[in-house]
Design a protein around this ligand. Sequence first.
Ligand code: KMT
Ligand code: NI
Length: 181
Amino acid sequence: MVKSWYMSSIYDDERNELHLNPPSFVTIEELNAKTGVLCWKFNPKDVDENKEFIELKRSRGYTYEDSVEISPEKLPGYHDKIKMFFAEHIHTDEEIRFIEAGSGYFDVRDLDDKWIRILVEAGDLLVLPAGIYHRFTCDKNDYIKARRLFIGEPVWTPYNRPADDMEERKKYIDRMKCQKA
Ligand code: KMT
Ligand code: NI
């Protein structure tokens, strides 16, 4: 299962773990309550035969999927893309990633605007809700292979912060505040 923790805001290399001192871990239940992020674990070797995975895709409407490999050798335009991934942004739809191999960090903001770092590894399925501020970076191993899932025709457009006036951002905030109350 994913590990997550509050991040230090002082760093020179985003590929480090960047714990606070002392570290402040976040359980997956806390992560969901604070941000709406969802996660599951599946064996990447037989995920397509896994009834739970199949049912999850069906019930959440994940009809589209493709696969991306991120490493300096495998991804054309790696340096520019990595910069884009790490710029804080939102999407108008869920960002759904199933990690097939390798590892990396998704950083998400909680409602107090603090960064929570999520380490994803092979077998993790992560769903970032529409409208959540987030970013992605490889870790020191510089390699991740992920399946991208989507509800219907995929839209990957990132809207860099500030995007507070966007409808999906407002809806996300309302939803999270409701859940908290
Ligand atoms: C994204 O949208 O940030 C990406 O697709 C890259 C990360 S996938 C592990
Ligand atoms: Ni994104």
